[in-house]
Design a protein around this ligand. Structure first.
Ligand SMILES: [Fe+2]
Ligand SMILES: [Fe+2]
Length: 255
């Protein structure tokens, strides 16, 4: 039964060191088989923030699958964002970084959803280009017969509480691809609030992790999700930092 620590929106650059140490201890105590990180490692994509994020992740002592978020490419530096958005991200990644992880009948597959711009004001909303979907389709085909979990930064659909934010471009086509290939779940972040929902009646679950460390958000507690895959079914415990300590509660599909 693989157990995955799902962390998101670390936002080093605005994280308190006490919370970083406390969350690390909570994850290490859970002894996960892998750590999946669904983006926004940093606040401003600086070299120092990336270094601190990877020092923290490597301390957790489990195989890592790390995806970028919109905060991991330059924000205000428009030249950097348009000309070479992933340069800092690529330089910060350890050379042996994985794009997929295999865990006892389960395959975790990373999907990059970050885009440098949009034709509307919410440039951070991301997109899943045809090229990305073609690559994902090939990876899903190669994982046939396994329990597949896709990890990406942006939720593919937003609940009623988050409709002010846009889903990434071509999210609908991506949901259809995941459904057709029998994907079990999508682990994502970006909204800084834990939620589980079905992307369609027979399709994959979408599991959003809270922000690990960011004080910004919807007044939701900081935390992380512990995801267990048992006989093809997912059980998710969201671990919340409340009143100076860690509390777990089962996350159930909304609505
Ligand atoms: Fe974030
Ligand atoms: Fe984000």
């Amino acid at each position: 039964m693989p157990r995955i620590a799902h962390l998101s929106d670390l936002h080093f650059g605005e994280a308190s060191q006490a919370l970083v140490e406390s969350l690390a201890a909570d994850v290490i105590m859970a002894q996960p088989d892998a750590v999946a990180v669904s983006g926004d490692l940093t606040r401003r994509a600086s070299r120092d923030e990336f270094a601190r994020a990877y020092a923290f992740l490597e301390m957790l002592g489990a195989p890592l699958l790390v995806l970028p978020g919109n905060h991991d490419i330059p924000h205000g530096n428009l030249v950097g964002r348009f000309m070479h958005p992933k340069r800092r991200w690529q330089r910060a990644r350890p050379e042996d970084s994985a794009d997929q992880l295999s865990l006892d009948g389960t395959r975790l597959i990373g999907l990059d959803t970050v885009s440098r711009a949009q034709w509307h004001l919410d440039w951070s909303a991301g997109g899943i280009t045809l090229e990305r979907r073609v690559r994902l389709a090939a990876e899903l085909e190669a994982a046939r017969g396994l329990d597949v979990i896709v990890v990406c930064h942006h939720p593919l659909r937003h609940g009623a509480w988050a409709t002010a934010r846009r889903a990434p471009r071509e999210a609908g086509a991506t949901i259809e691809l995941l459904r057709a290939q029998g994907v079990k779940a999508v682990l994502c972040g970006h909204l800084h609030q834990a939620e589980m929902a079905r992307l369609n009646p027979e399709g994959p679950l979408q599991v959003i992790a809270p922000s690990a460390f960011s004080p910004r958000g919807l007044n939701a507690p900081n935390g992380w999700n512990l995801v267990a895959v048992e006989k093809g079914e997912l059980r998710v415990e969201t671990r919340e930092f409340l009143s100076g300590g860690w509390r777990g509660r089962e996350l159930l599909p909304a609505g």
